[in-house]
Design a protein around this ligand. Structure first.
Ligand code: NAP
Length: 291
């Protein structure tokens, strides 16, 4: 009974002789699994929104692990700044435009090769009431936020996944790469004024599982991080009293997260092959209040 159960879990692996079973020894999983880190040396990584904040921190963390990093941002100057610090490739592109990302990606493929690690950090925040003092929420603003945060994330995912699917697998399990998206806790507990932003991030959350399911046949994992309050220009540009009130709402630790902590999580996701199709809240247990 026990062996039938194990066969269900591990599938055909148990039919292979012990010596060729990848990672399964008499002591359990040892040489693959959580310790089977993707060797990032020389691997191409692409990070959007990497001219600033969490994207910049992630680009630097990937470079530290030996990856060749393409830094994509709407703002080419800030992308170049990040690139200069890590000898990366800076590209100006608008993630919400099919053509713009295609052109940038082609340049990445030409100069660094197709990416195996893709991290979408490009995003914009907007605050507006559905019914405000000056009338209804501008439809344009709603569409712009959906376009950058949701359509942009999907656009990068679809184009990079196609390139990744043509690469050779790199692990015994047939892994080709991993795509990490950035949502927000506002996908779950959106505040008054966050109708557009929360809708866009909710879309990114809902995209995660179907994308992971579909891309599984190529050995491409899809994960999403939903940050709470992270100390980046997006947050630090808000008025001081807003920042203080927000920081006070984090149960523990009572502070903003650092972009480097977000980057650490992304690297763990890259390293840990069992993480797939899931959204990880990264928020010190905060649940945003209505306002
Ligand atoms: P950030 O410092 O403002 O960085 C975002 C970057 O994305 C900026 O460099 C921005 O360029 C770029 N960008 C904006 N629109 C773009 C477009 N259409 N195409 C390409 N690049 C574009 O923000 P961050 O805090 O690091 O945010 C990273 C992600 O985390 C975003 O998706 C954000 O929604 C999400 N997030 C942030 C927090 C937080 O507390 N900071 C919390 C939850 C979720 P420009 O400077 O030229 O606009």
């Amino acid at each position: 009974h026990c062996s039938a159960l194990r066969r269900d879990i591990f599938g055909l692996r148990l039919l292979m002789p012990m010596a060729v079973r990848p990672g399964l020894t008499q002591f359990g999983w040892s040489d693959i699994g959580a310790r089977d880190m993707m060797d990032l040396n020389g691997v191409t990584a692409l990070v959007t929104g990497a001219g600033s904040g969490m994207g910049a921190a992630t680009a630097k963390a990937l470079a530290k692990r030996g990856a060749r990093v393409a830094i994509v941002d709407l703002n080419l100057e800030s992308a170049q700044q990040t690139a200069d610090s890590i000898n990366g490739l800076a590209l100006g592109a608008d993630v919400s435009s099919g053509e713009s990302v295609e052109v940038a990606l082609q340049q990445v493929v030409n100069e660094l090769g197709a990416p195996r690690v893709v991290v979408s950090c490009a995003g914009i925040a907007a605050a507006s009431r559905i019914v405000g003092r000056e009338g209804p929420h501008e439809l344009d603003l709603y569409q712009r936020v959906i376009n950058v945060n949701l359509v942009g994330t999907f656009n990068v995912l679809r184009l990079t996944a196609e390139r990744m699917s043509a690469l050779d697998p790199v692990s015994d399990s047939g892994a080709r790469g991993v795509i990490v998206n950035t949502a927000s806790v506002a996908a779950y507990d959106g505040q008054i004024g966050q109708a557009a932003y929360s809708s866009s991030k909710g879309g990114v959350v809902a995209l995660t599982l179907p994308a992971a399911r579909e891309l599984a046949r190529f050995g491409i994992r899809v994960m999403t991080v939903a940050p709470g309050l992270i100390a980046t220009p997006m947050l630090l540009d808000m008025p001081d009293e807003v920042q203080q009130s927000l920081a006070g709402q984090v149960p523990f630790p009572q502070r903003f997260g650092a972009p480097e902590e977000y980057a650490d999580l992304v690297l763990h996701i890259v390293d840990n092959e069992m993480l797939n199709g899931e959204v990880i809240r990264f928020d010190g247990a905060i649940r945003l209040q209505p306002k």
